[in-house]
Design a protein around this ligand. Structure first.
Ligand SMILES: [Ca+2]
Length: 130
């Protein structure tokens, strides 16, 4: 069963993403204002179990990726399926280790079962999907 978005959870996800990405800004404008829901990741295959919402600014070219160098809130080595919001045309790259280290796997569409990538992802990168 896919969990519904709830405002409280959205706010919490945005807050922790801002911390994880270090997006603090001195500008008056809210630096998170243009964040999009890029994907929902789940602890089990087939979009089951606990869900986590991944937000990022609009995805840019490979030369300017948005990175989450360390998955937060206990999500290290936990993701098993991914519901990708393809309308944003983002490519997600999963990395086995933190800070984009180790083997990688590119995600271009929903993945109901990550197979040998179950409970393995430790950091992710978002770029624009050509
Ligand atoms: Ca890992």
């Amino acid at each position: 069963m896919i969990k519904r978005l709830r405002p409280a959870k959205l706010v919490a996800a945005l807050a922790s993403l801002a911390l994880a990405l270090g997006t603090a800004s001195t500008a008056e404008a809210d630096p998170k204002a243009d964040y999009q829901l890029i994907a929902v990741v789940y602890e089990h295959a087939n979009y089951e179990g606990e869900a986590y919402y991944l937000y990022a600014p609009p995805c840019k070219a490979f030369s300017k990726p948005e990175n989450i160098n360390e998955l937060y809130d206990g999500w290290n080595d936990r993701i098993s399926s991914i519901d990708l919001y393809t309308e944003h045309k983002c490519l997600i790259v999963l990395f086995e280790h933190t800070w984009l280290g180790g083997p990688r796997r590119s995600i271009r569409d929903d993945v109901a079962d990550l197979g040998d990538w179950h409970d393995r992802t430790s950091s992710v990168s978002f770029t624009f999907r050509m």
